[in-house]
Every structure is written in C-alpha cells, then in structure tokens.
Design a binder for this molecule. Structure first.
Ligand code: NAP
Ligand code: ZN
Ligand code: ZN
Length: 352
C-alpha cells in the first residue's frame, strides 16, 4: 500500500512529503489508519542525524494512536474500527529471556528490538518508517489497546513514548507514598514524569531551568519546584531525595543531582543527548552508595498497564496540536524549550 508520509532525506534536509510502501497485513498483523502522532525529541535527534546509525529517508514518529483498518487472518485481540496505539517498538525476537519477561525493549536477540522508525526489519534488512504517515502495519503483539475517551485521543498519543519512558523507571525504582522523587527537565517526558509520579503518590520535586515553568509544574502535580540554575535552592535539598529521573535532552553536569540523593538513591538517565555528559565525580557516589543508571522506554505489558492506569485516572499529556506541514517550526520551538508540553500531529492534515 502506498502511504503518504513526511521524511528527512538526509541529516541536513528539512522534513518533506514522501510516499512510503506499507506491507499487506500478514496473519498476525494489524493495519492502522493513524489519527495522531506525538513529536518526541528523539524524532528530532534522529531526523537531524544527531545519533549514530540513522538511515535515510527517515520517517520519524513513535507516539501513534489510530484506528484498526484491516486485520490479518489470525488476529483475535482486535476488531475493525478499534482505537489502538503503537509506541517505540514494532518487533523483537520474542524468545529471549527479556522478551519472555515482557521487557522487549531489552531484547537480547541478534537484532535487539525493531524500532518503529529507523529500525531494520528482522532478516529482510529494510528500514522501518514511523508515525509521520497516514497508516502503519504492525505485528499484533506490539499493538496496544486504548481505553480513553474518543475526545482525548490526541493527548493519549504522547503516553506511547513520554508516558512509558517515565512510567517504567518510576515503577522500577518504586515511586510510591513516602518517597521523594525528582523529575529533571519539564518537557515532553518530564511533564509526564511529574503527572505519573504524583499519581503514584510520591512526593514530587520538579527541577527546571525555566523559571516560567514553576507555577505550571505545580499544576502538573509537583509538590516542590526547584530552579536548577540556582545553587542555593539546589544545596537545600542535599541528601534528601530517594530517586531522580533526568529527562534533559542535552549534556549537562550530573553531580549537582547526585548530591541530592539519599543513601542508596539512584539518578536514572532517560534523556539521550547527542554528546556525553561530563564524567561524574566518584566521591559523591561512593560516600552514600549512590547509583547512576539508565532506562529505555518500556515493555509491552507495562505499556498497556500504564495506558490503563492513565485511562482509569483520566491522565493524558498537555498538548499543542499541529498540522504535518508545521513540523519544522515545531522542531525549532522544541529546541528552544518552547512547548507546553508536547506537540501532536493531526494526521488528517497530511492530505493527498
Ligand atoms: P523535550 O520536550 O525537548 O524536553 C527536554 C527538557 O530538557 C526541556 O523541556 C528542558 O526542561 C530541559 N532542557 C533543554 N535544554 C536544556 C539545557 N540546555 N539545560 C538544561 N535543561 C535543558 O524533550 P523530550 O521529548 O522530553 O525528550 C527528552 C530526552 O529524552 C531526549 O534526549 C530524548 O531523545 C530522550 N528520550 C529517551 C527515551 C528513552 O527510552 N530513554 C525515550 C524518549 C526520549 P526545563 O525547561 O524544565 O529545564
Ligand atoms: Zn520518544
Ligand atoms: Zn528478545
């Protein structure tokens, strides 16, 4: 099926209309008409070739909500017309230990998991194309059910990356009542981190470089807001936080956050800047047995768990809807930190 899309043809070319081929659904495939796709900072890192190994043309987009348009003969979990979602993965080996545990994002198979875009289809060596397009065909294992109201669907899209990428570490490191949890960087991921940590009933401390976001961070659910550029405000929190989730998209000093951790506390990095962070100071780590960790998106079962948790509590992202043709100006604003808090593309705008 020929499908309209937007692609970057190289790291230096702006995204432009492009036509891609989607496969006919095989027995276990679901064909989806895409309604909405969120704009993740990863899309920008990839389209601009900021990470190694980007294949062009690059059709970004991994926060996808759509309607089932066709089903393979063996699919039983979905029906035509169902509202469904697809996140950052479209395949994995399905047999390694990680996959069997529902941690497909850590697949140990020969190719790892297949990314929704810029991923090689297993064996065939073809590139994958993401949600900046009108339709996608995905193996049913990687298709999620959406139980939010129809009017909320655009704001559900960001849950598929920003939501799960913050939910998974918050759960893994047990954000819960009595815990003090910090969220660094109040952008797409960070604003979901604040909402989810609050919903998990932790005490939430938002760290931002943008003084103007202070009031909003409280509205999103932060109990405390700290201007991270103010060393006096930072110093007050030394040794007091159980867990910090760092979503910042550029390299920065990690020591100022490590110092805020209690004994055995963890700073988990989910931001994926183009260049490494400066090396952390060792004494901050060993004196209180603190850790610096990383976390990648989340597995399929926990993504469904997060979507259902959010549907039950009416949690969605704060979004600004854009037309597909506005993607370059949206990227420019994303780079300036000028988004409250996620752009979502209305794919109806991608006309013939
Ligand atoms: P985003 O919306 O652009 O948010 C990033 C936030 O970082 C900004 O809102 C800003 O927050 C802060 N920031 C930006 N520039 C900064 C600077 N120079 N110094 C300090 N803070 C700065 O991006 P996003 O979509 O949330 O993605 C964040 C990062 O996570 C990206 O690198 C993305 O690729 C990565 N990511 C990783 C995974 C994973 O699986 N680990 C998944 C998705 C995304 P304040 O204004 O509040 O300071
Ligand atoms: Zn993402
Ligand atoms: Zn696997």
């Amino acid at each position: 099926m020929q499908t309209r899309a937007y692609a970057a043809q190289s790291a230096s070319s702006p995204l432009q209309p492009y036509s891609i081929e989607r496969r006919e659904p095989a027995a276990h495939d679901v064909a989806i008409d895409i309604l909405y796709c969120g704009v993740c900072h990863s899309d920008l890192h990839a389209a601009r070739g900021e990470w190694e190994g980007i294949h062009y043309p690059c059709v970004p987009g991994h926060e996808i909500v759509g309607r089932v348009a066709a089903l393979g003969s063996a699919v039983r979990r979905f029906a035509l017309g169902d509202i469904v979602a697809v996140g950052c993965m479209v395949d994995s080996c399905r047999v390694c230990e990680a996959c069997r545990l529902g941690l497909e994002q850590y697949c140990d198979g020969p190719h790892g998991f297949t990314q929704t875009y810029n991923g090689w289809i297993k064996g065939g060596g073809e590139n994958t194309y993401g949600g900046y397009s009108r339709a996608i065909v995905v193996a049913e294992h990687f298709v999620l059910s959406v139980r939010h109201h129809e009017q909320q669907l655009a704001a559900v899209a960001p849950l598929l990356c920003a939501g799960i990428t913050t939910w998974s570490p918050l759960r893994h490191w047990d954000a819960s009542p009595g815990k003090r949890v910090g969220i660094v960087g109040i952008g797409g991921l960070g604003h979901m981190g604040v909402k989810l940590a609050r919903a998990l009933e932790a005490h939430v401390v938002a760290f931002t470089t943008s003084a103007a976001k202070g009031k909003e961070a409280r509205r999103l659910g932060a109990d405390d807001v700290v201007l991270s550029t103010d060393s006096a405000q930072m110093a007050k929190l030394a040794g007091s936080v159980d867990f910090i989730l760092d979503t910042v998209s550029v390299a920065h000093d990690l020591d100022s956050y490590v110092r805020l951790l209690k004994r055995d506390g963890t700073l988990a990095l989910v931001g994926a800047p183009a260049t490494p962070h400066p090396s952390p100071a060792i004494f901050n780590l060993l004196l209180r047995r603190r850790s610096i960790a990383g976390s990648g998106i989340g597995g399929i079962p926990e993504t469904q768990e997060m979507l259902d948790f959010c549907a039950a509590r009416n949690i969605v992202a704060d979004i600004e809807m854009i037309a597909m043709r506005d993607i370059e100006s949206a990227y420019a604003r994303l780079l300036r930190g000028d988004v409250r808090y996620r752009f979502v593309i209305d794919l109806q705008s991608l006309a013939a």
